[in-house]
Design a protein. Structure first.
Length: 447
């Protein structure tokens, strides 16, 4: 069994859906196909929720009506028979009436999550209907009965495995299973999601739970590039990444992968392949257990980072000081990305403003606290084990003209991270591109 995930752009128009249908039916191998919402839909659902939060039902209804017209327009293009056009139109009418019904209820984060779930519910229904119209023997499996998070909002892998196996057993004669990415139920049985971009995570969770042969993430680019193609010109695809390297790149901002989706695949040892729906024959990127010694693979950047500094000449050397600092972050369920210490201070970074005031208030018991906003972590990833002399010098040399607030090296053998001001992000990424990668995308070795 392979698990294939197609992102928003890959199912973004009726023609794209037809292309995906062709791609997954080219051979008769068993497949679990995970779909995102059609591109732009989740953003529109967020916009609808914003109107409802602001108690502006008219604003919400205008957006809902526009989205409905767009979807009804897709029906004519996607189906060739009146029967499937009618069935899908009826389904869409029900969906959009349901969306309109939220104007009458008290709007909370619970309702918002229900609204956000509709994009994937719609895309998978439309796609499965298309397959059935084409005579393909596919079955739609509800992700809401398969994917669940626990009380810590972490995926419950044992439950996912049990449910997914049960659903496959209940459909023994099928080879093609379709399901929704992104959406899940939480530990209280409520509709929830795996955060934006979470369809990648669904695919990796299912791939790990089912011990799949391979997880394929199909998107709109030919694999993981060695730098952010939205910001830097001349980036190149990286053909192979170790699980750890891919996990670091995803966590530190390479948008092609959801930040934590690699973890389950890594633990289960299931390779992940990144492929381009627009160019299905391109090699893409394979992520597996192989470590290519002595190479820097890629650079990524994570925005909206907050740097918190605690200066305390009195306390820092005292044993137990760092524990007290970390306990404050733990109390507020806030994870730290980077950390640097000296004899008189410690600086950490976080990626959320939630509880920031309470955290800094408590930290003030232990020293002078500073907060710097709009920072950016730039992360250089590859085989950066200590014995690879010269790689860290290459990276720091690239940043010789850029003010660097923190450097973290040695936390893992795969990453050097730099904290820079958000306004310097672009020139930092460009400078690293020039120094680390030659014109053909190969790493420049330290001389
Ligand atoms: P999908 O909707 O298929 O999930 P995403 O938009 O989430 O697609 O991810 C693909 C996009 O990620 C690419 O179009 C590209 O702009 C962006 N991206 C950012 N960093 C990288 C990178 N290092 N390599 C490849 N793509 C990247
Ligand atoms: N549709 C969701 C989003 O836009 C999930 C995904 O596409 O992966 O974030
Ligand atoms: Mg994505």
């Amino acid at each position: 069994m392979k698990v294939l995930k197609f992102g928003g752009t890959s199912v973004g128009t009726p023609q794209r859906m037809k292309d995906v249908a062709r791609l997954i039916t080219e051979d008769a191998q068993p497949k679990m196909v995970v779909l995102s919402a059609m591109s732009g839909t989740t953003n529109t659902l967020v916009e609808i929720s914003d109107y409802l939060y602001k108690k502006n039902p008219e604003g919400a209804n205008n957006v809902i009506n526009r989205l409905e017209q767009k979807y009804l327009g897709h029906v004519d293009e996607l189906y060739s028979s009146d029967e499937w056009r009618q069935r899908t139109t009826d389904f869409l009418k029900e969906e959009f009436d349901y969306l309109r019904s939220f104007a009458k209820v008290l709007f909370t984060s619970f309702e918002e999550k229900v609204i956000l779930a509709q994009g994937e519910l719609i895309s998978t229904n439309m796609f499965t209907n298309y397959l059935l119209e084409q005579g393909v023997d596919a079955v739609l499996l509800p992700a809401l009965d398969m994917i669940r998070t626990d009380k810590n909002a972490e995926p419950d892998l044992a439950y996912i495995g049990k449910q997914a196996e049960a659903m496959l057993t209940a459909n023994p004669d099928k080879q093609l299973y379709i399901t929704q990415g992104f959406i899940c139920r939480n530990a209280y049985g409520e509709i929830d999601n795996l955060q934006r971009g979470g369809s990648d995570y669904t695919a990796c969770l299912l791939g790990a739970a089912l011990n799949a042969e391979e997880i394929q993430i199909w998107t709109d680019i030919d694999g993981m590039h060695n730098n952010d193609p939205r910001i830097v010109e001349g980036t190149e695809p990286v053909r192979q990444l170790h699980f750890e390297e891919a996990a670091e790149l995803a966590y530190f901002g390479a948008k092609i992968l959801h930040p934590t989706c690699i973890q389950p695949a890594k633990f289960a040892g299931v390779p992940v392949r990144l492929l381009n729906t627009m160019e299905p024959d391109a090699p893409g990127t394979i992520i597996n257990n192989h470590l290519h010694r002595g190479t820097i693979k890629a650079v990524a950047a994570k925005d909206n980072i907050i740097c918190i500094g605690i200066q305390s000449s009195r306390m820092l050397l005292a044993h137990g000081f760092l524990r007290k600092v970390f306990e404050i972050f733990e109390t507020y369920h806030t994870s730290i990305d980077m950390i640097c210490t000296s004899e008189v201070g410690v600086s950490v970074t976080v990626d959320s403003r939630k509880n920031l005031d309470r955290i800094t208030d408590e930290l003030r018991k232990y020293g002078t606290v500073t907060v710097e906003d709009n920072m950016c972590i730039v992360c250089v990833v590859g085989d950066l084990a200590g014995e690879n002399v010269g790689f860290e010098t290459l990276a720091t040399d690239a940043l010789r003209n850029i003010p660097v607030r923190m450097i973290s090296y040695g936390g893992s053998a795969h990453n050097i991270s730099f904290l820079v001001n958000g306004d310097d992000k672009q020139r930092t990424l460009q400078a690293l591109q020039q120094i680390l990668f030659t014109y053909d995308g190969h790493v420049r070795r330290p001389s």
